[in-house]
Design a protein around this ligand. Structure first.
Ligand SMILES: Cc1cc2nc3c(=O)[nH]c(=O)nc-3n(C[C@H](O)[C@H](O)[C@H](O)COP(=O)(O)O)c2cc1C
Length: 346
């Protein structure tokens, strides 16, 4: 395929995804596992609510509370450009982190690079780039990865691992062989940390072990239970009779299962990100009790981002308030008191 054709197909795919998300409420699976976890309420928390401190450091930068706007968009066209600008402005205003969607599109169409030139909107926020790991088997080089970091002045680069999405996608890349070796080669060539990420089916303990062996220290489980990419790609099937995406719509480890798997293999100095179906500040508190350092949300921020920066800030402020309230009611003054505190589980 020519670069121009790749650009058209990648950019068109992004718009298809946004359309499906808006049209099919069933893409949200509401099965991340957090609802099945009960916490121990403290009637005497011995804390002042206003003195709860949910701040954390992430990728060497301070955040007001442990929220990451997960990878969503990027590409050419005003709508996409505006969404990324809005998310970056909101991340900066609220003191949280932001990741961009796949940057593959900027190699086919340099104009799309503008949608990743976000440092001017978020001068201090942790920003994370994004590349599909499978592209390392299809001609993407370490220089491409570094270019993706440089355009964003990113603090880290996500390598997304999405074999289910690629298997269902009509034009998907199927060759996931030899990727661990390619990632091992890539890690020492990068100026910033590489982070592993699924897109909604979860990383397993075996995946994390391979990542650790390759030199990766940051893992975003992106588990099952929120946005189903298998179901989104089902809507883009080439043949009406093809129901693979529906059959696999609930495939994978729930976010809770993936966090538990990760805990069993991660060394203390590794960084764990929880995402996939996190929908409020209580889910965030549960994820941190299960060992996460930071929590990511994607789909719940999308419709606000299509409205305005203020609407996006409002959603983030709601999450912040919910998270602080949960910490207060658990008797935890800061995130260190919450993290891995399994005594809070019932
Ligand atoms: C509109 C949209 C676009 C996305 N695009 C990407 C992407 O380009 N790269 C990626 O790694 N993940 C992408 N994701 C996946 C999310 O980052 C996240 O892993 C997944 O949606 C689960 O989080 P959620 O349940 O909070 O939506 C996208 C998600 C949404 C909603």
């Amino acid at each position: 395929m020519s670069d121009e054709a790749v650009d058209r197909s990648v950019a068109g795919r992004k718009l298809d995804h946004l359309r499906v998300l808006a049209d099919d409420p069933g893409v949200e699976r509401s099965q991340s596992g957090f609802d099945g976890i009960n916490l121990t309420h403290r009637a005497l928390p011995e804390l002042h609510l206003d003195e709860i401190d949910p701040s954390v450091d992430f990728l060497g930068k301070p955040m007001r509370f442990p929220l990451l706007i997960s990878s969503m968009t990027g590409g050419s066209g005003d709508a996409i450009l505006k969404i990324n600008q809005t998310l970056a402005e909101a991340a900066e205003a609220c003191g949280v982190a932001m990741a961009v969607g796949s940057q593959r599109v900027m190699f086919a169409n340099p104009v799309a690079g503008q949608s990743f030139d976000l440092r001017k909107f978020a001068p201090t926020a942790p920003l994370i780039g994004n590349i599909g790991a499978v592209q390392l088997r299809a001609g993407l080089t370490a220089q491409h990865c570094q270019d993706a970091v440089d355009v964003l002045q990113a603090d880290g680069l996500y390598l997304h691992l999405n074999p289910l999405q690629e298997a269902v996608q009509p034009e998907g890349d199927r060759d996931f062989s030899g990727l661990a070796a390619a990632i091992t080669d890539l890690v020492p060539q990068m100026s910033v940390p590489l982070l592993f990420k699924e897109v909604g089916s979860g990383l397993s303990a075996a995946d994390i072990r391979l990542g650790l062996k390759a030199g990766v220290r940051h893992f975003d489980v992106a588990g099952r239970g929120g946005t189903s990419w298998s179901r989104i790609e089902y809507h883009r099937r080439a043949d009406d009779a093809d129901d693979l995406g529906l059959v696999f719509q609930d495939w994978g480890l729930t976010t809770v299962e993936a966090l538990q798997d990760a805990q069993s293999v991660l060394p203390k100095d590794a960084v764990l990100i929880a995402s996939g179906g996190i929908r409020n500040g209580i889910d965030m508190a549960k994820a941190i009790i299960l060992g996460a350092d930071v929590c990511g949300l994607a789909a719940p921020l999308l419709s606000a981002a299509r409205q305005s920066t203020q609407a996006t800030i409002d959603v983030i402020c709601r999450l912040d308030r919910e998270f602080r309230t949960a910490m207060f009611l658990l008797g935890c003054a800061n995130c260190a008191a919450l993290k891995n505190n399994t005594g809070l589980l019932r």
